[in-house]
Design a protein around this ligand. Structure first.
Ligand code: NZQ
Ligand code: ZN
Length: 382
């Protein structure tokens, strides 16, 4: 193991914490508050933000859509440049926070912001940002990643930069009270798969990473099994903190990672508008079955330590069944049905997109090539 680890995001966790943002945003800032389709106006979050910012110069940009598009975000970039904005405040879920990260970097770049996503421009500067989280799922509120879509080409792409990691994040579970059931389930499943992508690889002997990953998986499994109690303060707080910890850099430090499920899932979202988390539940069981020989040891470890399964030669197989069964118990589908009925054309369209985005070799062993992706999709597309 060899790694450098730092998570500089200052987290304010708990009810009423939105009020704390004026202790961390410099008072002479010119703030742009960025949000989505307006859910924050229905749960009191917008009003709390306005109150906390009453002594600031601030304005707002709304309409960041789920799976944020560069076409929309570039409008905010224009505002930031024209108005001399010096601080960004993202208020929403992963889409708003990711979009704000893009705006932070693109606003201090003279070229086409999409260069950030292609890697043609490596971010060298960004406007500071903070986040108020309303949907626990992505971990974006305290990590350095962002995923943005170019609508024109249906290309969903990610970038990483420590310069866009939020300076602070407010995690107030009360903000979740207006979340539709579908989004709560999405959050749970996304966080679960984030842990899996950093854990179901090959054994690396990382006792802290494995142990913490297993604790998070057990939490998420309990919250799923206890979904009927989703209206309790403790259920909400535990999901919010678990989802945050699932992708804040800690469990992935120094161990192999495999983001293949995410990379293939992004194409399902871009082409068929599948919710991010649901794209993962569609791809992952099939991908794990395809890669079982590489992942057998960790699947067995997960079967024992997370699901409490009995030893046996087919333990890895039963672990994958248990993962798939978990999604199904939450009524989250594990096959793609959003594509119409031409399965062959669908698979070839997805493979074409993967190829054109350079996603031709994936997995911690580089063992998922286009042939394997074809087989994975054959089982994942209905
Ligand atoms: O737009 P508003 O009105 O806010 O409504 C949103 C949106 O319609 C709604 N919502 C959010 N909080 C709510 C609420 N509705 C009622 N009450 C609340 N408190 O939920 C809908 C979905 O929101 P979105 O932000 O799109 O969901 P999520 O947090 O799941 O984010 C998904 C995006 O994050 C990316 C995904 O690819 C996708 O684009 N990811 C980002 C990652 C990262 N930065 O580390 C990692 C992830 O793997 C993921 O790729
Ligand atoms: Zn995800």
């Amino acid at each position: 193991m060899q790694f450098s680890y730092s998570n500089p995001t200052n987290i304010f966790f708990g009810q009423g914490q939105i009020a704390a943002i004026n202790t961390v945003i410099p008072t002479d800032s010119k703030v742009l508050v960025i949000y989505g389709g307006g859910s924050i106006k229905k749960n009191g979050v917008y009003d709390q933000v306005a109150k906390a910012l009453e002594n600031y110069q601030w304005q707002e940009f709304s309409g960041v859509e789920p799976n944020p598009t560069v076409e929309t975000l570039n409008k905010a970039v224009e505002i930031v440049k024209a108005e001399g904005i010096t601080y960004l405040l993202a208020v929403g879920g992963g889409s708003v926070i990711d979009g704000t990260k893009y705006i932070a970097a693109a606003s201090l770049y003279d070229g086409d912001g999409w260069d950030i996503m292609t890697g043609d421009y490596k971010v060298t500067d960004a406007i500071p940002l903070g986040a108020i989280l309303t949907l626990p799922a992505t971990g974006s509120e305290s990590n350095k990643g962002a995923v943005v879509t170019k609508k024109a080409t249906q290309h969903k792409s990610g970038f990483l930069s420590p310069l866009v990691q939020p300076k602070f994040a407010v995690l107030d579970p009360d903000a979740m009270k207006t979340l539709p059931e579908r989004q709560l389930l999405n959050g749970l499943v996304d966080a679960w798969v984030h842990v899996c992508e950093q854990y179901i690889t090959k054994p690396a002997g990382g006792m802290v990473q494995d142990g913490f990953a297993e604790a998070l998986l057990k939490n998420l499994k309990s919250l799923g099994d206890d979904f009927s109690n989703r209206d309790s303060d403790s259920w909400r707080a535990n999901l919010m903190w678990s989802a945050n910890q699932a992708l804040n850099g800690l469990i992935g430090a120094g161990v192999p990672q495999d983001w293949a499920t995410h990379m293939i899932g992004h194409e399902l979202t871009a082409l068929y508008n599948v919710d991010h988390a649901r794209s993962l539940a569609i791809v992952q069981p099939s991908l794990l079955r395809n890669q079982i020989e590489f992942k057998r040891a960790k699947l067995e470890q997960m079967g024992k330590n997370v699901f409490g399964l009995q030893e046996g030669t087919d333990l890895a197989e039963r672990t994958i069944d248990a993962i798939e069964g978990f999604y199904q118990s939450l009524n989250v589908p594990t096959t793609l049905t959003e594509h119409g009925n031409d399965k062959a054309a669908t698979i070839s369209a997805i493979l074409e997109q993967l190829k054109s985005h350079g996603m031709t070799v994936l997995g911690e062993n580089q063992s998922i090539n286009l042939d394997e992706m074809n087989k994975i999709l054959d089982n994942a597309v209905a």
